[in-house]
Design a protein. Structure first.
Length: 159
C-alpha cells in the first residue's frame, strides 16, 4: 500500500524520504512557482483515488515545521487537509496554539521541564533562548528550537 501512495505522489514531488509506514517527507523544490496548497490538494485527491487512504499535507521549510503543519492540517478543519506554514503570520498563529508536548522530538519528560519554565506552546519553545534550550534538553532541543525559527527560503516540504 505504501508503494501505491508513493506512486500517487511521484508526479507532485522531486524526491521522497519515507519516515515511517504512514509518513513521508516530500521535496517540493522546483514546484515553488505553483500554488503549493492547490498542488498538495491535487496530490491528496490522487492518493485518495488510487488507494482510498485519506491524507493530510503539511508544507514548511523544515521537517519539524512540516510535521507541525501536517498535525495542524489533520486537526484544524479551516486548512482542509493542507496546512502551509511558509507564511510567517500563519506559522506564528499555529505555533501559539500547538501544545509543546505535541512537537515532534519533545518527549514527556522534556515537556514537563518546559512546562515548569512556562513553555506550553510551540511558539513559546521557538522563542526560548538557545542556551536555555540546550540546558533543558541538550543539543537536541537546541536544534529543534533552531528548526522552529527557520524562515521561509526557496523551498517547502510536505509531510
Amino acid at each position: 500500500m505504501q508503494r501505491r501512495v508513493i506512486a500517487a505522489c511521484e508526479p507532485f514531488a522531486r524526491d521522497f524520504e519515507i519516515y515511517s509506514i504512514d509518513e513521508t517527507f516530500l521535496d517540493l523544490a522546483g514546484f515553488e512557482q505553483r500554488d503549493l496548497v492547490a498542488h498538495a490538494q491535487a496530490m491528496r485527491a490522487q492518493v485518495q483515488q488510487w488507494t482510498t487512504i485519506p491524507t493530510c499535507v503539511g508544507i514548511a521549510d523544515t521537517k519539524t515545521l512540516a510535521k507541525l503543519a501536517n498535525a495542524t492540517a489533520n486537526k484544524d478543519p479551516r486548512f482542509e487537509g493542507v496546512a502551509d506554514l511558509r507564511d510567517e503570520e500563519t506559522r506564528r498563529d499555529v505555533m501559539q496554539r500547538f501544545a509543546v508536548g505535541d512537537v515532534w522530538g519533545v518527549g514527556g519528560a522534556t515537556a514537563r521541564k518546559l512546562a515548569d519554565l512556562g513553555v506550553h506552546t510551540a511558539g513559546a519553545l521557538r522563542d526560548m533562548p538557545m542556551k536555555q534550550a540546550r540546558a533543558v534538553g541538550t543539543v537536541v532541543l537546541e536544534r529543534l528550537v533552531a528548526e522552529l525559527r527557520k524562515r521561509t527560503v526557496e523551498r517547502g516540504r510536505g509531510g
